[in-house]
Design a binder for this molecule. Structure first.
Ligand SMILES: N[C@@H](CCC(=O)N[C@@H](CS)C(=O)NCC(=O)O)C(=O)O
Length: 199
C-alpha cells in the first residue's frame, strides 16, 4: 500500500493520523503543507483546505476519523478500536466529542470567520480555555475500566484525547490534574510513546 500523508506541523488532526500510522507500523511519505498552500494549491486535494489528507494508492481521503477507520479496515493488526462492540461504540463516541464538539469550534478558519476582531493571542487563549472546559465535561466518560481512555487497550480515543489535551497545554491553558496523570502514564507505555509523533 502506497501511503502519502499531507500534514502540517502543529496540526492536531494530523497528529492523530500520524500516531495511528506509526502505531500500526505502516510506512508512509509525509508531505508538509504550508499555510499558503492550504488556501491555494492544496484545495485540489482537500476543498476545505484542512490537513490531514491521506492518499492510499492514489485515492484521497480526508477527515482524520475517516482516515483512521480506513487504516484499521486495511490493517486490523494493532487494533485501535477496542475488543467489543460496546468498546468500539464508546471509542467512536469519545472521538466524535473531540472532533466535532471540541476541536471544530476552535479551528483557525472558524475563529477567523466568527471572531475576526480577536488578536492572535486572544484566539490562543480562547482556544485553550474552550478545550479545557470541554475536556472537564468529557472526563466522566474516560478511564472507567483502566488507565486507557476506553476499555483496556490503546485506542483511537486515547489518540484523540491525548492530542487535544496537549494542544490546550501548548495554548497555555490551565492544566487538568487527571489529564496530566493520564499523559504521564501514557508516556510510560513503550509502544505507545514510541509511536507518538514528536511535534
Ligand atoms: N475534522 C477535521 C479537522 C481538520 C482540521 O481542522 N485541520 C486543521 C489543523 S488541525 C486545519 O487544517 N486548519 C487549517 C485552517 O483552519 O485554516 C479532521 O478531523 O481531519
Amino acid at each position: 500500500m502506497d501511503i502519502i500523508l499531507y500534514s502540517a506541523i502543529g496540526s492536531n488532526s494530523s497528529e492523530r493520523v500520524e500516531w495511528a500510522l506509526n502505531y500500526k507500523s505502516l510506512p508512509y511519505k509525509r508531505i508538509e503543507v504550508s499555510s499558503h498552500e492550504l488556501s491555494t494549491s492544496y484545495l485540489k486535494i482537500n476543498p476545505f483546505g484542512y490537513v490531514p489528507t491521506i492518499s492510499i494508492n492514489g485515492i484521497l481521503i480526508s477527515e482524520s476519523m475517516a482516515i483512521i477507520e480506513c487504516l484499521e479496515e486495511h490493517h486490523p493488526k494493532n487494533t485501535l478500536f477496542g475488543q467489543t462492540w460496546a468498546e468500539r461504540a464508546a471509542i467512536r463516541e469519545v472521538c466524535e466529542y473531540v472532533n466535532s464538539s471540541i476541536h471544530a469550534p476552535q479551528n483557525r478558519t472558524v475563529l477567523k470567520a466568527f471572531r475576526p476582531e480577536l488578536t492572535e493571542n486572544e484566539k490562543r487563549e480562547l482556544r485553550g480555555s474552550w478545550i479545557v472546559q470541554c475536556l472537564a465535561k468529557l472526563s466522566p466518560k474516560l478511564w472507567n475500566t483502566s488507565n486507557f481512555a476506553i476499555g483496556s487497550s490503546f485506542s483511537t480515543a486515547d489518540i484523540f484525547v491525548a492530542s487535544i489535551y496537549k494542544k490546550s497545554c501548548q495554548h497555555g491553558a490551565v492544566r487538568l490534574e487527571d489529564y496530566d496523570k493520564y499523559l504521564n502514564w501514557l508516556s510510560g507505555q513503550k509502544q505507545i510513546s514510541a509511536s507518538e509523533p514528536k511535534i
